[in-house]
Design a protein around this ligand. Sequence first.
Ligand code: NI
Length: 255
Amino acid sequence: MIFDSHAHYDDKQFDEDREAVFAQLKEVGVERVVNISNGWDDMLRSLKLVEQYPFLYGTVGIHPCKVSDLNEERMSKLRELCHKEKIVAVGEIGLDYYWMSDPKEVQKEWFIRQLHLAKEEDLPVVIHSRDASQDTFDIMKREHAGTTGGVIHCYSGSLEMAREYVKLGYYLGIGGVVTFKNSKVLKRVAAEIPLEHIVVETDCPYLAPTPYRGKRNSSAYLPLVIEEIADLRGISTDEVEQVTYENACRLYHIQ
Ligand code: NI
């Protein structure tokens, strides 16, 4: 059984054929998917899908590139939404210095506010960090983000940093990027970090694995990611599939 720990099925790219894609997931053994919130409107669309499909779980929270969607009123609304059924985390939240849609200080402020929300609501966090590795880690350390636990989605940092996150009790989300030829550091991370701290993810519709790189991604391509991790570690795909499934259940507190 496969658990996609990070997807965006509310994306417009699935509007035409979402039902057909979901039917395909069952065929390749994808049993559970967490649909991750992005901007405010994306989140509302995601919550509807989560209500509609039993295999989908959801998160609430605003992506670092969309923090201009946030205000005090919406922060209170986020808190309310944390109590909805099948809401398993706060995220994705964090820092993105690549797109820099908002100044660093603004991003940091909303990141910290949402980390506090997770702590108060007793939910794990889904972290997005791009070109902001040290600042993300420093804030998490200072804010005791180890208490809630969570996942560093689409992990792209160094092996040393990966080990620090493992010490904090975090999971690393690994997806299609690990299949790319030039992903040398990530391949090492996938080979050397304890398997008990790895979850697989798509971030679909983005980041499809080789040989579908550049095409629309879906959880149906996760066997390719699982195969790559198994090869890198020299273990069976069954073991990777089973352990990462259990990890994702533990991460999101799903029975
Ligand atoms: Ni994402």
